[in-house]
Write a protein that binds this ligand. Structure first.
Ligand code: ADP
Length: 521
């Protein structure tokens, strides 16, 4: 027992204990002054034990110079507090400059050695070099910090799901982009976190299909890819492209899923405007085709007419001669007649061309035509954050129309309306297509809440456009189509936008062109 040791005997005992300790042993008196350091400590520090245990002129421990200046107060006050409070354990992690001059991490622990009455006789301490472990931890913390920073700054929205597909982490960009944090998603009872997250973020029209595709991949382990609309923090729906891959452990079991999504709204829009440009090109080509057709008709007609004119002139001259040359006048008159017949044949052929076209007119349900156009355009319109709403009169009588041409008119009117609401607030980005019966006419109205029509007198004139890259032919072609159906097409500004409407007779008109009548203006 140490209680009966005193003086040099006690000192010997302490030195033996210090040498027997693992690591870098040392000892101290109950007042905190150091008694001795082990040989291992001497070698580690490259200093004599006597020197290390002493104090400098200011009363500081001489090992002060071996620790970082700011650390001395922390270490010495913790140590003095342990001995003064007679704690049963002292422990501190700190850096120290060893013999090689390099700062290394140590973990120092000490315990008081007490006699039978519990009085502390001396402290035994040891310091273990934990430099490698500490630098490994520091490095991995630095790597983790770096990776997290990388994940947060990568220009993509990143998430992780656990192996069951439950959201676990969103990177900072995703949190900011969508205004949703994983910890704020609260599933209702019996609902999974994934379902709750999709409810919060995904467009109702895409949500069910999206969840099914995710769950299918979670169960099969296949990579996942999809395009869908997701709500941005400002409430706008944006087209997104998402991808997800499973992370597997060495046995091949899935541990989690990594997902990345990109906002592809602008690309989608660019593709649309490309499609738009292609449409315009087709329209332009059709128009150019019409111009060519009229030029060739004019050529075909003008030749026999010019010849007829020349022949009637000759005929007049033969008759004016004294005496009149009846024989020659007769020949010229016959030639003129032949020419006039040739011209009228060209006209007849052109008529036949249009008559053939008009045979495609059939009795149709206008609501069905609107439905087809709605389906055709809905995706394009939604991608522009515009809603298409229809109010259709179920009692609509049939109309005799060329359905393709009327579809073309509707496409024009709806696209114009979508262009017009492009800059309206999200709540006003709506187009209403209405069908009704008014005074024995089927009336179709396309209403928008856009900027209104700037120059209402001119909109139906060919080549009138206020759009960059517009052709200004849409409404004028629409007007001639509706007129060829003996209908009416008109435009009005409203308090909050514009309505462009057309009306067609219920039973279908007698077709003016096929009946040989004049084309209406
Ligand atoms: P484009 O669409 O190529 O300009 P259109 O003949 O279809 O050709 O339209 C002519 C012009 O009429 C448009 O440029 C626009 O100024 C105006 N317009 C047509 N529909 C609307 C509408 N719903 N709201 C506001 N302006 C419209």
């Amino acid at each position: 027992m140490i209680s009966n040791l005193e003086g040099s005997e006690l000192l010997h005992h302490i030195k033996d204990m210090v040498e027997a300790l693992p690591g870098l042993g040392w000892s101290a008196w109950p007042n905190g002054d150091f008694i001795c350091f082990s040989q291992a400590m001497e070698e580690y520090m490259g200093q004599q034990a006597e020197h290390l245990t002493s104090k400098d002129a200011d009363g500081d421990f001489v090992w002060k110079d071996t620790v970082i200046a700011e650390d001395y107060d922390r270490i010495s006050s913790a140590w003095l507090n342990a001995v003064r409070s007679d704690l049963s354990h002292y422990e501190i992690t700190h850096q120290i400059q060893g013999a090689a001059g390099e700062l290394r991490w140590l973990r120092t622990t000490a315990r008081p050695q007490r006699d039978v009455s519990g009085k502390t006789i001396y402290w035994l301490g040891t310091s273990i070099d934990i430099h490698e472990a500490m630098t490994a931890v520091e490095q991995s913390q630095a790597t983790e910090k770096h990776l997290r920073k990388l994940v947060d700054t990568v220009p993509g929205l990143i998430w992780t799901f656990d192996r069951d597909g439950e959201p676990r982490y969103y990177n900072k960009r995703l949190e900011e982009w969508g205004g949703v944090r994983v910890r704020d998603i609260i599933p209702s009872s019996g609902q999974t976190l994934l379902s709750a997250a999709l409810d919060k973020m995904i467009h109702p029209d895409d949500r069910a299909e999206l969840e099914a595709s995710i769950r299918q991949c979670i169960s099969s382990g296949d990579p996942w890819m999809a395009r869908f609309r997701q709500r941005r923090a400002d409430g706008m729906w944006r087209w997104m492209e998402g991808r997800m891959e499973a992370l597997r452990d060495p046995t091949g079991a899935i541990t989690q899923w990594y997902g990345l999504e990109l906002d592809i709204e602008n690309e989608t829009r660019a593709q649309e405007s490309l499609r738009d440009a292609a449409d315009k090109l087709t329209k332009a080509a059709q128009f150019a085709g019409m111009a060519e057709l009229s030029a060739s008709i004019a050529h075909e007609v003008s030749q026999p007419l010019a010849s007829a004119l020349a022949n009637t002139d000759a005929c007049r001259r033969w008759l004016a001669m004294k005496p009149s040359n009846i024989e020659r006048a007769k020949i010229s008159a016959e030639a003129a007649l032949r020419d006039a017949n040739a011209a009228s044949e060209v006209v007849r052929k052109v008529r036949a061309l249009f008559q053939k076209h008009t045979t495609e007119r059939e009795e149709q349900d206008m609501n069905a035509v609107i439905g087809i156009v709605g389906d055709l355009l809905r995706k394009e319109i939604l991608a522009r954050d515009v809603q298409l709403v229809t109010f259709l009169d179920p009692q609509l009588p049939l109309v005799k129309i060329d359905a393709l041409q009327i579809q073309q008119v509707l496409v024009n009117l709806i696209r114009n309306a979508a262009d017009s609401v492009a800059e309206s607030s999200p709540a006003d980005r709506t187009i209403i297509v209405r069908s009704s019966v008014q005074n024995a006419e089927v009336v179709v109205e396309v209403e928008d809440f856009g900027k209104g029509i700037a120059n209402i007198e001119k909109v139906f004139s060919p080549f009138f456009t206020t759009k960059k890259g517009g052709m200004g032919m849409g409404l004028s072609i629409s007007k001639s189509i509706i007129f060829s159906h003996n209908g009416r097409l008109w435009a009005q500004n409203t308090a909050g936008g514009a309505v462009v409407s057309f009306a067609l007779s219920e039973l279908g008109p007698p077709l003016s062109w096929s009946s040989g009548g004049e084309q209406r203006p």
